[in-house]
Design a protein. Structure first.
Length: 606
């Protein structure tokens, strides 16, 4: 039998067996394959260079989605004549000089790869005037010596005909419209990262957006509204938290403002935009109890920590990072966001003390007129609230409170106002100072009951149920060791797991509420989470599923006629219950129609 000849490509590879040094141009083009993916990645690298140069204003002008031309101009420190050729040389940088610098990077760039890589796949021109210099200089990326030019202080990088000399790469580019959409998104994210810098973006001679410097809270929220839409600011909570050397601040979208895709998620570490699995997992866990199935949260978050605690030298694009204390960061993110969402109440504001005077999303409505407050106090008495307790869960937190604790003590109308009527046995209509409130009574009571069940469980701990027949689970030796190391954690979750041999675990007990669960699948998933994230919320999530079902069946049903006192008792409970804006399944429990919105419906004032 004749053996077929190998393909020509393999023959060529076999003949090129001698080791030889690659030309510098080819080296730069290979590096460009990692750094320069599309016009958007060019803009990212150039703008980050401008930020490192101390720019306070960055102007970006692109033509044909950036494929034809990209020009980035800044007012930074500039580059001297002597340093211009070095700026286009591979591995030449002013940002790191030794290993200690690399381990505590504060700048956006540091590899010294971006400019030479971009210059190797485009026609690049670099113009700059150093701070205090009398003359500006220009250098073409193709080589040669710097020549005098007219230019204000700062730097301009002009990139033309991207991938003109690498046609195979150019074929992978999408339409001009698609490429510009990616480019615009990158610049908007950079504008979200640095409120202290002004940005402009022009496409084909037309201004796309302009963002002025933003120092105060209102100015920053105005910039976010311009970049992401006013709806995000209107439906988000602003907060600032600091602990254990970590500081987290920003805006998180209310669960009702969820998205069908993860297109409004912006996370920054020390001013650098990143995409990190550990971060994403922590945020998803924080939202897991309030988000509708298949939806994604929206957020703009800023994490600050010592540069020595995070490694940004993971990938040439610098999108990925590695935390030295990954478990600490994960738990801090989860607990902080979980608390912010849990503490949200109707009318709450998340302004820190120094900005409490600012009008923020979620600010409490103004006090009602005295006549309205007086009228409400006549309708509702402590005795009428006491009579409403019978529909609450027996032994719940509400039942243990005296009637006076459920009454406003300042004579003002509560945030959710007072009930007016019941609609088709499903909705409660209430009046507050803003206008009309509509409450889904089953969804609201379901959340209230669910939260009380969780509080009761937290107080008593997770009860363990021994298995009649212990279950053997085959795993890897590493997972056996992982189970042994995390035995105290597993016991707190109601799990009793022992090693049987080098690759087998035996499950002797499960949480009582999960006695009918798939024990083997649960253990495997739990160990996978421990190995990947250093922790797991699967047991708690599974228990919460059971509690959620119990709450659903134990809540007031549709077509149940409620007295006025019962409706008002429900409103007061909503105001004091964690995560009361959504039911256990992520659906909204109430919505507000302002007087202005009602007037618009009826064309009043026109």
């Amino acid at each position: 039998m004749r053996t077929a000849n190998p393909p020509q490509m393999w023959q060529n590879a076999a003949m090129s067996h001698r080791i030889h040094a690659l030309p510098s141009q080819l080296i730069n083009q290979i590096a460009a394959g990692e750094v320069v993916e599309r016009p958007a990645s060019v803009i990212k690298e150039l703008v980050e260079n401008s930020l490192d140069a101390g720019a306070t204003r960055i102007d970006v002008d692109v033509v044909q989605g950036g494929v034809k031309r990209m020009r980035v101009r800044d007012d930074g420190l500039g580059i001297s004549r002597e340093d211009l050729p070095l700026a286009l040389s591979r591995h030449a940088t002013s940002k790191v000089a030794c290993l200690e610098d690399l381990e505590g990077i504060r700048s956006m760039g540091f590899r010294g790869e971006a400019l030479p890589s971009i210059a190797s796949v485009s026609r690049l021109t670099l113009m700059s005037r150093e701070q205090g210099a009398d003359q500006a200089w220009k250098l073409d990326g193709g080589g040669g010596e710097p020549s005098p030019t007219a230019h204000p202080q700062g730097t301009t990088v002009d990139v033309r005909d991207l991938f003109y000399n690498t046609p195979a790469r150019r074929k992978f580019l999408k339409t001009d419209k698609t490429e510009f959409r990616h480019l615009e998104q990158v610049l908007r994210r950079l504008a979200l990262a640095r409120f202290d810098v002004a940005f402009t973006l022009e496409h084909n001679g037309k201004l796309v957006f302009s963002a002025r410097q933003a120092g105060h809270v209102r100015e920053r929220e105005a910039r976010i509204a311009d970049l992401l839409g006013q709806c995000f600011i209107d439906n988000s909570l602003r907060f600032e938290q600091e602990a254990a050397g970590l500081r987290l601040s920003g805006w998180i979208g209310l669960p009702a403002f969820s998205r069908c895709q993860a297109d409004m998620q912006h996370f920054f570490v020390n001013g650098r935009m990143v995409r990190d699995k550990l971060v994403s997992h922590a945020i998803r866990q924080a939202y897991q109890d309030v988000l509708y199935h298949g939806r994604h949260p929206a957020y703009v978050l800023y994490l600050e920590l010592a540069p020595q605690l995070v490694d940004v030298n993971v990938h040439p694009t610098k999108h990925e990072v590695r935390f030295r204390e990954g478990r600490l960061v994960h738990d801090y993110l989860f607990r902080t966001l979980h608390k912010v969402l849990a503490d949200a109440r109707p009318g709450d504001s998340y302004a820190p003390p120094e900005t409490a005077g600012e009008v923020l999303a979620g600010a409490a409505p103004t006090a009602p007129p005295a006549a309205m407050a007086g009228q409400a106090s006549v309708r509702e008495t402590p005795q009428s609230y006491q009579s409403a307790f019978h529909w609450q869960m027996p032994g719940g937190a509400a039942a243990s409170q005296p009637p006076s604790a459920r009454m406003p003590d300042n004579g003002e109308t509560p945030v959710l106002g007072y009930a007016l009527a019941q609609l088709h046995g499903v909705y409660i209509l209430a009046q507050n100072t803003e206008g009309l409130l509509i409450v889904d009574m089953h969804a609201a009571h379901e959340r209230i009951t669910y939260e009380r069940l969780k509080q009761s469980l937290d107080g008593q701990g997770i009860r363990s149920q021994p298995l009649l027949v212990p279950l053997s689970v085959k795993v890897s030796p590493g997972e056996v060791q992982l189970a042994v190391e995390n035995r105290p954690v597993l016991e707190e979750l109601g799990l009793e797991i022992d090693p049987l041999d080098a690759d087998t675990l035996v499950v002797r007990a499960l949480p009582a509420l999960l006695e009918d669960a798939d024990a083997e699948g649960l253990v495997r998933d739990l160990l996978s989470d421990l190995a990947t994230h250093g922790g797991s919320g699967r047991i708690r999530a599974a228990i919460n599923e059971v509690l959620s079902t119990m709450a659903c069946h134990g809540s007031v049903r549709a077509n149940r006629r409620l007295a006025l006192e019962e409706m008002n008792a429900l409103l007061r409970d909503i105001e004091t219950t964690e995560r009361s804006g959504q039911c256990n399944h992520g659906r909204p429990t109430w919505t507000q129609l302002s007087m202005a919105e009602l007037d618009k419906l009826f064309l009043r004032g026109r």
